[in-house]
Write a protein that binds this ligand. Sequence first.
Ligand SMILES: [Zn+2]
Length: 327
Amino acid sequence: MSLQNYQYDIIMREYSKTQSRNRRLLEERTQEIYEKIPRIKEIDGEVASLSAQKARALLSGESSGLEDLKAAISLLSQERTALLVCNSYPEDYLELPYTCPICQDTGYVGNQKCTCFKKAAIELLYTQSNLKEILKKENFDHFSFDYYSDTMKNEATGLTERETALRAYDIARNFVKNFDDSFENLFLYGDTGVGKTFLSHCIAHDLLESAHCVMYFSAFDLFDLLASSKFSRDKTEGEEFVFDSDLLIIDDLGTELTNSFVSSQLFLCINERIMRRKSTIISTNLKLENFSETYSERTFSRIASNYRMVKLEGKDIRIQKIFLGGK
Ligand SMILES: [Zn+2]
């Protein structure tokens, strides 16, 4: 798990909120019970006074009478439980409730993170990835090879569209499998609607499920973010997202308005992530031969030497789906 400090802080703040919520709940229950079963209020008063006596006795080393005090406290607490049960309340009704009993809402068991912490982290990462809803449908389980022709062949590679898709699918699967042990970047290219975005979503889904920080941006939104954080004072958060997430997906590169700002930001982003050994996936409709014209030779050369080229071919899947009745 690789959370940034501010993400860790968000999760820890949630734990303190949960703790206060549960403390408030206990206060409300106590009020309720004091009104309904006044004897319990008396018992609590007696226990408090006996406990104070016990503490004084312990401090002064006065051990005579200590056993009697303990016995009296124990009797009172038995009476308290019995009263609750008689009045059809659960016996732990006046104990501090925990949302996660395993870590008692601290997020930790000893110095290990609790399973609820991991769940909270995944939830947060999903929310921040910009992909939360779509990944329920777009993941490896829903990847279909039916959209790719098993007769149409690419003359240059000798592979059918389906074989090309299979190859891309395997590369994507292995990308996920080796994610923690190797540094790899993917450059997904091909015409509109051949499944590039879908494939990047499959990867995002699996990496989020294993609590990696995945950020997804359309190229348009990414440059918009970089432009706004560049000119605002508090530029760190947006940029740290972009430079430091475990995986950055830049979707549909080439559809944004290209200018010298975009071009230099793209180089900065790609270069910075390579230096930090943080993986990036770029998907684009651009032909490889047009890429360096659209951006720059140096950007293309960084990509060519650090990215794995993955091609997808076929007919526009969105259009095929329309003909299949929106399936
Ligand atoms: Zn827990």
